[in-house]
Design a protein around this ligand. Structure first.
Ligand code: 4AD
Ligand code: MG
Length: 464
């Protein structure tokens, strides 16, 4: 008999009809006459209740069904008399696909997030991770939907690259060299001639540079793929492997870039509210009581647009009034997360798009302002999260870009192709990168970035 997904079965009203469902046992309870099995197949946060009359089944079979076991159940769909569900299934046939003995780590009781990280291969079977992972899927769909309907093309930047987009040197190397027997030249430098690509290569930290090639040909593109950073940041907001969405658009300026950033985030958050309400309600009840309110308020609020210099003034005024920060604040400093969160959560109580940063703290490709000191970078700062987007207008002048590259001593031998965009038909353009897992943190209310991706990679952890 054809299987009905539980998400569909619980909405059916054809009582008396025979249906088949398959899934994993969440709980089983019962008495001498009847067993109640809560079955979940991952299609929804909701379980379906299976009612098994003891007389209809072998005692041994019912006894062997425990939390975690996988079943196929055929039976009559009936209106439920019990609280908490509209329908249940009166089982006629139960087939056991796989048993789960009492060593199954996900018994009924609540577990800490730390414990669940240690069993990341099984945690998708919990309510919380089921909810988070269904939302993750929906966010990915929202992203494609948003850009597709705006006429952006999905663009695939390479994952293996020979350039360091952010210039921070936090790259994982890619090599087929025998690390126990590295060939070196007379100066002691590694010889890459015999390596797979014949040069030093790494996993990309950002698809932006190649994305700019797309934008300056197709007009507007977006990437959506994995990126890698070998930064030793052990925080609840950093991963070594994370997914990034990087739109890049020709012919837009700073205000239009900010409009795009704001519209994009609001679209994604609204998508969650419209498509993931069951899962959001669960997370709102179990993880973060303010979640749904916060999501609604972000969709309804206009983001603040704040020049860096004004932001520093606000922080200095707060300090003068007695506010304490761990890190110092002065014009030119790179804002710490505590500063960003003060502006967003306490001062404005709204998301903030900060712009016009000192050029020293931003990447080489950002468009320089007339003042000679600042660049047209934009960071979108969010409650709870801090930086969720980093973007900028790009420097389109060949000479100014070259000047910056020279100042910063950036090795250009592998970047000639990037400079060609400024040499041939250069145009104003801008783009940004949204950290997918940072968006996921915001949308789910989860506290740790390790819990919004199926298999987190962080310093000293690459299990599963
Ligand atoms: O600010 P970032 O470094 O900007 C870039 O990479 C630009 N090339 C983007 C562009 O303009 N196309 O990173 C962009 C975003 C951050 O705002 C943050 O949300 C996320 O990527 N991010 C991380 N997320 C998780 N773990 C990390 N280690 C992250 N580093 C950055
Ligand atoms: Mg950044």
């Amino acid at each position: 008999m054809k299987r009905t997904r539980i998400v569909d079965a619980i909405k059916m009203t054809q009582f008396g009809e025979t249906v088949n469902v398959k899934g994993w046992v969440r709980t089983k309870r019962g008495n001498k006459e009847v067993n109640f099995i809560a079955l979940n197949d991952g299609s929804t946060i909701n379980n379906i209740q299976i009612v098994a009359d003891v007389v209809k089944f072998e005692e041994e079979l019912l006894k062997s069904i425990t939390t975690g076991a996988c079943l196929s159940v055929t039976g009559k769909l009936v209106k439920s008399e019990g609280a908490g569900q509209a329908v249940e299934i009166q089982a006629d046939e139960i087939q056991i696909y796989g048993l789960a003995d009492n060593t199954y780590p996900l018994q009924k009781k609540g577990h800490t997030m730390e414990f669940l990280r240690g069993i990341a291969h099984l945690r998708p079977r919990t309510n919380t991770f089921g909810a988070v992972l269904r939302i993750r899927h929906n966010m990915a769909i929202a992203i494609h939907q948003f850009f597709h309907q705006k006429g952006f093309f999905y663009w695939h930047s390479p994952i293996i690259t020979a350039s360091d987009c952010e210039g921070a040197g936090q790259m994982f190397q890619v090599t087929t060299q025998n690390l126990y027997d590295l060939k070196k030249d007379e100066n002691g430098s590694i010889k890459y001639d015999d390596d797979f690509f014949g040069k030093q290569t790494s996993l990309t930290v950002s698809g932006q540079l190649e994305g700019e090639l797309g934008a300056t040909a197709l007009g507007a593109i977006y990437t959506f793929g994995p990126t890698f950073r070998a930064e030793n940041s052990n925080t609840p907001r950093h991963l070594a492997e994370f997914w990034m969405i990087e739109p890049e658009v020709a012919f837009i300026d700073l205000p239009e870039l900010m409009d795009l950033e704001e519209e994009f985030i609001k679209f994604c958050v609204n998508w969650a509210l419209e498509n993931c309400m069951d899962d959001l309600t669960f997370l709102n009840n179990m993880i973060d009581k303010g979640l749904i309110e916060r999501l609604k308020s972000v969709v309804a609020t206009e983001f603040v647009r704040l020049p860096y210099t004004e932001g520093i003034k606000i922080l200095e005024e707060a300090i003068a009034k007695g506010k304490k920060f761990e890190f110092p604040v002065y014009w030119g400093c790179d804002l710490a997360s505590e500063h960003e969160r003060f502006l967003v959560e306490e001062h404005f109580q709204k998301p903030v798009i900060m712009i016009n940063y000192p050029k020293e703290i931003k990447a080489f490709y950002m468009k320089q302002n007339e003042d000679g000191k600042t660049v047209q970078g934009t960071d979108v700062l969010f409650p709870q999260i801090g930086e969720i987007i980093g973007g900028s207008v790009r420097e389109e002048s060949y000479d100014k870009l070259m000047e910056r590259i020279t100042e910063l001593n950036i090795p250009m031998k592998d970047m000639w192709w990037y400079l060609d965009t400024r040499k041939y038909g250069s145009c104003p353009h801008a783009g940004f990168g949204l950290g997918f897992e940072r968006l996921m943190l915001f949308v789910t209310g989860m506290q740790n970035i390790r819990d919004v991706i199926p298999f987190p990679r962080t310093p000293k952890t690459a299990d599963f």
